[in-house]
Design a protein around this ligand. Structure first.
Ligand SMILES: C[S@@+](CC[C@H](N)C(=O)[O-])C[C@H]1O[C@@H](n2cnc3c(N)ncnc32)[C@H](O)[C@@H]1O
Length: 266
């Protein structure tokens, strides 16, 4: 069962949240001073959110959720980590931003939250943590209003099949959803070099599995964009550009690094 892996990941994320709150990567002070944490591509691709209800899946400690509220959305953020949700609520209260935050395993969310939403949004390293991508689609199908918009921007599954070994990318991981999770020893996190060691469990999902999880719920794909850059340094040899995007050396476009997808429910 995936429950034991999700329980272990919850512990990891509770501890990572404490590291991330203090990290330069998340720059909480800048956010409090008014910095928009949303990626400009996401803002453009999601479109106008003013006055719309927005459900943010896997919101971590809520800075993106609260940024959507600053853009005018009526926001609900949800996450597995209690520490993250406590921090999200504290930030909302300190900044006087109206927001609802719910702590739940994604698969248990239909029992923990009422209502349907105009927009469902998720991004920035979310899908890797999910054991069942078809089940993820069902949660989106449950919460999306007729006529509503679903948007995801995440790591591209093709890139996730690779590991960098001695400066070269090698295909060491499954492209399709594995039965058992992949297990990694963590040292610090993607946002912190702190001396914290734990394990993380994750699952890859092919692009086809992701799309079929959505179309099975009656969603119509408006676009799927594949990008040659990423929002964090996934491989040691990656280089950052002026806009903060991470690229393979020489701005290689040999494999896609991230994707964004927008779908609507008719
Ligand atoms: C990389 S973060 C999301 C990224 C977010 N854009 C950010 O950087 O702030 C992944 C989030 O997924 C959450 N998560 C992991 N497994 C989950 C699950 N089974 N249900 C709900 N949330 C989960 C974690 O607690 C974490 O906050």
């Amino acid at each position: 069962m995936a429950d034991e892996y999700i329980a272990s990941n919850k512990q990891l994320w509770d501890n990572w949240t404490l590291l991330h709150e203090k990290s330069d990567f998340y720059d909480v002070a800048g956010f409090k001073a008014g910095r928009d944490t949303l990626n400009p591509t996401e803002v453009e691709e999601v479109g106008d959110v003013a006055g719309k209800s927005l459900l943010h899946l896997q919101c971590h400690f809520g800075m993106d959720t609260l940024s959507w509220a600053r853009h005018g959305a009526k926001v609900t953020g949800t996450d597995l980590s209690e520490t993250a949700i406590d921090l999200a609520r504290a930030l909302a209260s300190e900044l006087g931003i109206e927001a609802n935050f719910v702590c739940a395993n994604l698969y248990d969310l239909p029992a923990a939250l009422q209502g349907q939403f105009d927009i469902i949004y998720t991004s920035g390293g979310a899908l890797w943590w999910l054991p069942d991508i078809a089940g993820w689609g069902k949660v989106i199908g449950h919460f999306l209003k007729p006529g509503g918009v679903f948007y995801v921007r995440d790591q591209h599954p093709a890139a996730m099949a690779f590991e960098e070994v001695d400066g070269r990318l090698q295909p060491l991981y499954p492209y399709w959803q594995p039965r058992e999770p992949l297990k990694f020893d963590t040292h610090g996190s993607y946002a912190s070099a702190a001396d914290y060691h734990f394990v993380e469990y994750g699952w890859t999902h092919s692009l086809g599995e992701i799309i079929n999880a959505l179309t099975a719920q009656g969603l119509h794909i408006e676009f799927l964009h594949e990008w040659p850059h990423l929002f964090f340094k996934m491989f040691p040899s990656m280089e950052q550009d002026e806009q903060g995007h991470w690229w393979l050396p020489g701005r290689s476009t040999s494999i896609p690094m991230s994707f964004s997808l927008r779908a609507v429910r008719h």
